[in-house]
Design a protein around this ligand. Structure first.
Ligand code: 1HN
Length: 347
């Protein structure tokens, strides 16, 4: 059949809301063509922090609702995604400010980057925020933030917005007051469920962890204890996942979260995985080396930097000092959908 006949045919079916599958490549052999996000690093101290602090006098937390600079992946055209499936931002709150209460269907996590004296309240329980603490705000839980101390406080927000966007299932509501009433004492959820115990006679049926805040001290101590076993994963060092202790799964149903230790001089083996991962550095310095040979890209990181590794991008991690990395990814969502894969280069 002539090209012209085919072209005419395509135009004809196009006008009927149809398209010929044979002219498209809906399923490429490898994720490469599909993944538009690029490996990327945001330099916190030199680049992000100064401009984030400039937003302080520009707008109040209350007026902004949330004073956040969104981390835009340079390959994703300003679509408010750090990676295909994930949102990330850096939020600033100043002394005396309140970020008013609301709730939404996307799930959110906070990872505290700097400062002291701020809190976040989730479902009526306040958690103080200290650098390195990890806090969850599950889908449709009321949450507000405040700052009763001195100096700026910054945390990283991680949300599953692009995943919900795919389904269209986005809901948002504001609370009638700025702050929600306190329903439980600070530390209540950790006391109930964070001591490898649970309250007798109380049953937990929500799809997320009953613990709202995972203090850095405890997670860091666990890694320190484990390093003595010297059972390093060749690619990831010592990596622990934050869990919902009632089930042993990820703390929230759509986002996996981890804390990992790379000992001084660690040189990880090459690794790739379908999960999209956002890292932030708590302690130490090192590199993520993307690809190899002349084409390799090196993302050099220091404390508080944030870097993102897209789906199926080969990379390895190296550290100069004892380094701890917090990370979040869409792993748990992919595992539940039966599509998660990894490649340790030993096939
Ligand atoms: C949100 O509700 C918060 O509650 C932070 O602190 C970042 C980014 C997009 C949509 C909602 C928060 C957000 C967000």
């Amino acid at each position: 059949m002539s090209d012209q006949t085919r072209t005419e045919y395509y135009a004809r079916v196009g006008a009927m809301d149809l398209s010929p599958l044979w002219t498209t490549r809906l399923v490429p052999p490898l994720p490469r063509d599909q993944v538009k996000a690029r490996p990327h690093l945001w330099d916190y101290d030199r680049v992000v922090r100064p401009v984030l602090l400039d937003a302080g006098p520009l707008i109040t937390a209350k007026e902004a609702q949330r004073r956040v600079l969104t981390l835009e992946n340079p390959g994703l055209g300003g679509s408010h995604r750090i990676l295909e499936s994930l949102y990330a931002g850096l939020q600033l709150i100043l002394p005396g400010e309140v970020a008013p209460a609301h709730r939404h269907s996307p799930s959110a996590l906070r990872f505290i980057i700097e400062g002291d004296g701020a809190y976040t309240a989730v479902s009526g329980e306040k958690s103080v925020m200290k650098p390195g603490d990890f806090i969850i705000t599950p889908s449709m839980t009321w949450h507000d933030h405040g700052h009763e101390g001195a100096g700026p406080v910054v945390w990283m927000d991680g949300l599953d917005i692009p995943m919900l966007g795919l389904f269209g299932a986005m809901f948002f509501e504001t609370y009638p007051d700025d702050s929600q009433p306190q329903r439980r004492q600070p530390g209540d959820s950790l006391a109930r469920y964070g001591a490898n115990m649970r309250p007798v006679g109380e049953s937990w049926s929500k799809p997320e962890s009953p613990i709202f805040s995972y203090p850095y001290e405890r997670s860091r101590e666990a890694l320190e204890q484990l390093r003595r076993t010297a059972e390093w994963d060749p690619a990831a060092g010592l990596k622990l996942e934050y869990i919902d202790p009632t089930r042993g799964f990820s703390a929230m149903p759509t986002i996996s979260t981890f804390l990992q230790l790379l000992p001084k001089g660690f040189s990880g083996t090459p690794y790739r995985t379908t999960e999209n991962t956002v890292y932030t550095v708590v302690e130490g310095g090192g590199r993520a080396i993307i690809g190899d040979g002349d084409d390799a890209i090196v993302l050099s990181w220091r404390p508080r930097d944030i870097f993102a590794i897209p789906c199926w991008v080969p990379h390895r991690l190296e550290s100069d000092d004892d380094a701890t990395l917090f990370s979040f990814s869409d792993r748990t969502a992919q595992v539940k959908l039966g599509i998660w894969r990894e490649d340790r280069g030993n096939a």
